[in-house]
Ligand binder design. Structure first.
Ligand code: HEM
Length: 393
């Protein structure tokens, strides 16, 4: 039986540091969700329009180069995995929210990606992402996803977003759109150079999101990474960020390990396939409750919420069994039909803050172009009971 204790050990330590008894409480109370937590700036709509223009530009260029509709960002897939999410039993009330209100098992589909909009050689090392679609979820829906019974979680291997708000992000994306091309040789060289620089920066305790997004990401194994929602979401009565952390020993052994690409342009996919040929995988899905709006702001997406004030706590486990790779054409058809968005889900997990508000129309713009170009309508999977929810067996 999966069980959970609250407050967790790390929380108890934080409470003790604050001069409180963790056993007797009081434990810092999570902030209560209210629509008043969000603030829309007057120039937000124009910044969102700028983001949409950049995404359209990226997708147009990659369509011209590749002849098929790609995701405007996170275009390259390194794995499409099928598994299950098990909500932990006996969660305390502040964690038993939304999807996590009821212990139980849900089928999941996971897609591992890297962030650029073009299909780069994996030797150009860029930030990793994981998108997870949880099936058979009941409850009041977010606007625009009323017909579905899924809950999507999109995460990257960084605890905060590179930019505080959509206004700043619009500028960074414009730069990225200008580098979307086929000049891979130059990007490989740039990546090797930036990786060195990034290591130097990390050695002195600084990390540069801009360097990483341009190819300076350490060449780590994507299955050893911890992934984060980076931006906040409603968590029923509260507000939280999410993370997905390696739990099984075979995943933990990959943490921080350089991945051997074996000189292959699609070496990340081969590395993930070789893992699953021998091992399954288990992750913990965790939440970090917002307990202090000054230290854990809603509208500044670039702030890492301090874990000594509020640690990430497990609410579910995600597992994928060992398996042989599926034929590329089957996988690609399924990926084309899949559309992950933070706005697919329950009202209880509404995306919050400037960056998240911008994602609502941005994902729709990219998704619409992709579906039209590929002639593949999106499928929100909804069948439980094991096997592939797309009916591929
Ligand atoms: C304003 C900010 C952002 C914009 C405009 C944006 C835009 C997009 C777009 C257009 C897609 C492709 C949609 C499609 O065609 O299917 C995408 C995918 C993705 N995004 Fe974002 N994004 C933003 C922020 C974030 C953040 C904060 C995260 C997570 C921490 C994130 C993680 C991902 C992931 C993992 C994917 C891949 C989904 C898949 O596998 O299909 N994004 N994003």
């Amino acid at each position: 039986m999966l069980d959970v204790q609250y407050p967790p050990a790390a929380g108890a330590a934080a409470a003790r540091q604050a001069g409180q008894s963790a056993d007797a409480g009081p434990w810092p109370q999570p902030v209560r969700y209210s629509p008043a937590l969000e603030h829309v700036e007057p120039d937000e709509a124009e910044a969102v329009a700028e983001v949409e223009r950049s995404l359209t530009k990226i997708a147009d260029i990659t369509y011209r180069d590749e002849g098929r509709g790609l995701r405007a960002v996170h275009a390259k897939s390194h794995a499409l995995l099928h598994g299950e999410l098990r909500v932990l039993e006996h969660l305390p009330p502040m964690l038993a929210q939304g999807l996590f209100a009821q212990a139980g098992v849900h089928p999941v589909v996971l897609r591992i990606s890297t962030s650029p909009g073009d299909l780069l050689d994996d030797r150009v090392s860029t930030p990793r992402g994981i998108a997870m679609k949880v099936l058979d979820v009941q409850g009041e829906r977010l606007p625009g996803s009323e017909q579905a019974t899924t809950q999507d979680f999109l995460m990257v291997n960084a605890p905060a977003f590179g930019q505080p708000n959509v206004q700043k992000f619009a500028g960074a994306l414009k730069l990225l759109a200008a580098t979307t091309d086929k000049a891979e040789g130059a990007k490989k060289l740039l990546s090797a150079l930036l990786r060195g620089t990034e290591k130097l920066l990390e050695a002195v305790g600084a990390e540069s999101g801009t360097l990483k997004s341009l190819g300076g990401e350490p060449l780590h194994h994507p299955l050893g990474e911890t992934y984060f929602s980076a931006v906040p979401f409603r968590f029923g009565d509260h507000v939280a960020k999410f993370s997905l952390a390696p739990l099984s020993p075979s995943l933990q052994a990959l943490h921080g390990a350089d991945v051997d690409l074996k000189g292959e342009p699609d070496g990340l996919r081969l590395a993930v396939e070789s893992h699953f040929a021998e091992h399954g995988a288990e992750w913990e899905l965790r939440v970090q409750l917002c307990t202090d709006l000054a230290a854990m702001p809603i509208e500044d997406a670039s702030v890492v919420w301090p874990e000594d004030l509020s640690p990430y706590i497990a609410v579910a486990r995600v597992s994928v069994p060992a398996h042989a790779p599926r034929p590329a054409d089957v996988r690609e058809r399924e990926e084309d039909a899949l559309f992950f968005s933070p706005w697919h889900g329950l009202a209880a997990h509404q995306p919050l803050g400037s960056v998240n508000r911008a994602r609502r129309s941005a994902y729709a713009v990219s998704g619409r172009a992709r579906a039209e170009r590929n002639g593949v309508p999106f499928v929100e999977p909804g069948r439980s009971g094991g096997g592939c929810p797309f009916g591929h067996g």
